[in-house]
Design a protein around this ligand. Structure first.
Ligand code: AHG
Ligand code: MN
Ligand code: MN
Ligand code: MN
Length: 334
């Protein structure tokens, strides 16, 4: 029987890697883990409680907000506020940043950007959904945070992670020293260390994108898509198409099996649909730490200038060989 290592134990054991750390980041990660367990409990009984369906409101994205979007947002905000390690929060579900002004938090050194519930369109149909988080050290010394504290490049992240509520519930995160995965054991209510040092396969045979947008794809994406679909035994093509509609679930599957996820510019999303600050940057940090690649088709996602919290970007992310091949087509045709 292998020894069970919980997320909390792992964080404490790894804290020795950061001799200067006084435990704040460790406590912040644990606060996120607690909120994830609370959200997981509601996700698991969605359908039995009045948490399915639309909340009857639109968010800043112009999307119909689901009840679970709101519930998840409230749980993560409450855990971050009470944990005392976070001084400002940026969330997909809030137009403006949330200042955590309590006596204990207002000078806290960390900023959290999050997508509290990723894949909302899948909530009511029992398809995996997720949560994405990104952690920065504040730039201002203390007192009220400013936008400068949250509009930081992806390279400045100190940690990033996601939770996937699927056939099992997993928390996967990085602090810049590789990627590790934890699986929730509901019988003891703990995330247990299950996927040490996750590595993104350098190549793969799965491509994930919404082909319904084909007509409006950039020419380079159309050409790459046809490349994926052509018979070629030497390179095991045609590849397989897999698209769930939850970015976290598509990328998690590709990280285990190999593959590429693309959300390019489309007619309805001329700058791309996915959000840089709380979807693309954290997932790019994780994927790069696992040995994969993440660009906007031309430029590394983590190097993209951040101008506003709900900024969108095209994204090509996954197995390095596949992303580089797609970039070749983008350079040549788009
Ligand atoms: P969210 O539910 O947080 O708004 O994100 C949904 C995103 C992403 O998870 C997914 O890959 C993408 O939207 C799906 O978009 P389409 O339905 O346009 O393909
Ligand atoms: Mn949304
Ligand atoms: Mn999302
Ligand atoms: Mn969301």
């Amino acid at each position: 029987m292998t020894k069970v290592v919980t997320l909390g134990q792992f964080i404490i054991e790894r804290q020795s890697e950061f001799p200067y750390a006084k435990g704040e980041l460790s406590r912040l990660l644990r606060d996120i883990g607690i909120a994830a367990k609370i959200v997981n409990r509601e996700v698991n009984k969605a359908g039995l409680v009045d948490i399915l369906g639309e909340a009857g409101t639109m968010n800043v994205q112009g999307e119909h907000v689901k009840k679970l979007d709101i519930y998840a947002n409230e749980q993560f905000i409450s855990a971050l506020k009470s944990g005392g390690e976070c001084s400002m929060i940026a969330s997909e579900e809030n137009e403006d940043v949330i200042h955590v002004n309590s006596a204990v938090s207002k000078n806290a050194k960390y900023i959290v950007a999050m997508d509290p519930l990723d894949g909302s369109s899948n909530i009511d149909v029992n398809v995996p959904i997720g949560t994405i988080f990104s952690i920065y050290r504040r730039k201002t010394e203390k007192g009220m945070c400013t936008m400068e504290d949250v509009l930081q490049k992806g390279t400045e992240q100190v940690a990033a992670g996601y939770i996937i509520y699927g056939s099992s519930t997993m928390l996967v995160y990085t602090t810049g020293h590789g990627v590790n995965g934890f699986t929730l054991d509901p019988s003891i209510g703990e995330f247990c260390f299950s996927h040490p040092n996750m590595k993104f396969p350098s190549s793969g045979k799965i491509y994930s994108l919404n082909e319904g947008n084909y007509v409006h794809f950039p020419e380079g994406v159309k050409k790459y898509l046809k490349y994926c679909q052509v018979e070629d035994d030497e390179t095991s093509r045609p590849y397989t198409s897999r698209y769930i509609g939850s970015m976290v679930a598509d990328i998690h599957r590709n990280m285990i099996k190999g593959g590429i996820f693309i959300y390019p510019t489309t007619a309805s999303s001329p700058k791309g649909k996915l959000r840089l600050v709380y979807e693309c940057n954290p997932l790019a940090f994780i994927v790069e730490q696992a040995g994969g690649r993440a660009t906007n088709g031309f430029k590394r996602i983590l190097d993209v200038n951040v101008k506003e919290i709900h900024q969108r970007t095209p994204i090509f992310i996954g197995s390095t060989d596949m992303v580089e091949k797609a970039e070749e087509f983008m350079r040549q045709y788009s």
